[in-house]
Design a protein around this ligand. Structure first.
Ligand SMILES: C[S@@+](CC[C@H](N)C(=O)[O-])C[C@H]1O[C@@H](n2cnc3c(N)ncnc32)[C@H](O)[C@@H]1O
Length: 354
């Protein structure tokens, strides 16, 4: 079905971020509003579905951080964008084995897609779990935020320097059928003011994570007021120089961004250098950025796999280690996926990072 007329409504063109937002999250026609795209049968697969051991490591990391926070009697775990709910299910399973932690625990899930939320509600029946509509609903803490492939799913703006003048990327709709990119002159002062950063230095191209900055700002307020931190897993790069990383994925293959609108995913790579600056600007302590493979190895995932498969037959062993390789090898998810952790200043916690 051609959803372009519904996505553009009465407009002839949209700034890139608004176009992405509508293509992915239009309540009726958006990509995430119509189906579950995650899993072998969907368009892409994520770490919690590749192996439960990923979620186990995240759970153990959360419990260790809670211990570092001196075992508060109430602790919120907030997952952003839980997808089809696998990570949350694994967390609940592991947490239930740690009685004191489990008694202190409340889990909150923030999900924008009504379709995915229904899937989550069916799967996740624990009384510890509540769905929230915005970060601002969190009124007490401490709080540990978790996000796996959340920030790459948020809309971005793009700017390009042409003949010494900055232009913003728009998407134009022609005859309700065809879409093309085009550029309008832009004033970078608006984004500079919004991000409280000068982004244009040494850049000829800027990917501006406008929604991510809004989320990080709200999260920083909760962490600074109530204590806690955030751990994120996402793909991206650490170089200062930004590049056009916008991409579309359908059936585990790259697809053209302006084709299959509403039926294919649109994502980008996180610029972790910019993320670090934003986090420091928000007056939080950035513990570090590491590769997913290194983080999982430091968390003891191999030891756990060895224990699990000690008495297993060859097929089970092969399956467990094949999945581990997908999560950890540098040619697969191990290097391109990064882990970033930040928290309230004053608490030093570097499990998985040092
Ligand atoms: C790429 S999927 C990742 C899903 C899951 N974390 C996983 O690893 O399988 C992105 C998830 O974030 C959700 N999402 C995107 N934007 C959101 C927003 N602004 N607020 C809450 N959830 C959002 C999507 O609906 C989806 O559940």
């Amino acid at each position: 079905m051609n959803v372009i007329p519904q996505i553009f409504k009465d407009k002839k063109s949209l700034p890139l971020n608004i176009f992405i937002d509508r293509a992915l999250y239009n309540k009726k026609y958006g990509y995430y509003s119509k189906k579950n795209p995650i899993g072998a049968k969907g368009d892409f697969i994520t770490a919690p579905l590749i192996s439960e051991l990923f979620g186990e490591m995240v759970a153990i990391w959360c419990i260790a951080f809670w211990e570092k926070l001196k075992k508060p009697k109430n602790i919120n775990i907030v997952e952003l964008g839980p997808g089809e709910g696998s990570l949350c299910l694994t967390l609940i399973k592991v947490f239930s084995r740690f009685k004191i932690f489990n008694n202190a625990l409340k889990i909150k899930l923030l999900e924008k897609s009504k379709f995915l939320r229904k899937i989550q509600e069916k799967k996740i029946t624990s009384k510890k779990v509540r769905w929230i509509k915005s970060i601002e609903e969190i009124k007490n803490g401490p709080t540990i935020f978790i996000a796996n492939e959340f920030f790459d799913a948020l809309p971005i703006k793009q700017f390009v320097l042409k003949k010494k003048i900055w232009h913003e990327r728009f998407v134009k709709c022609i005859n309700d059928e065809k879409l093309i990119f085009y550029y309008k002159k832009a004033n970078l002062n608006n984004i500079k003011h919004f991000a409280r950063l000068s982004l244009a230095k040494k850049q000829k191209f800027i990917e501006f994570p406008i929604e991510a900055i809004k989320y990080l700002t709200s999260i920083s307020k909760i962490i600074k007021k109530h204590d806690g931190g955030m751990i994120c897993f996402d793909y991206g790069y650490k170089k200062i120089k930004m590049s056009d990383s916008l991409q579309s994925v359908k059936k585990h293959n790259y697809s053209k961004i302006l084709l299959n609108v509403g039926n294919s995913d649109i994502t980008h790579h996180i610029n972790f250098n910019l993320f670090s600056k934003i986090i420091r600007n928000l007056d939080l302590h950035l513990e570090g950025i590491t590769e997913q493979g290194i983080f999982l190895q430091k968390m003891g995932i191999i030891h756990r796999a060895n224990m699990l498969t000690k008495n297993a037959n060859f097929n089970v062993k092969a399956d467990v280690y094949y999945r581990l390789k997908r999560l950890m090898s540098r040619g697969e998810m191990g290097k391109i996926f990064k882990v970033i952790f930040f928290n309230k200043k004053g608490v030093k916690f570097n499990l998985g990072f040092k």
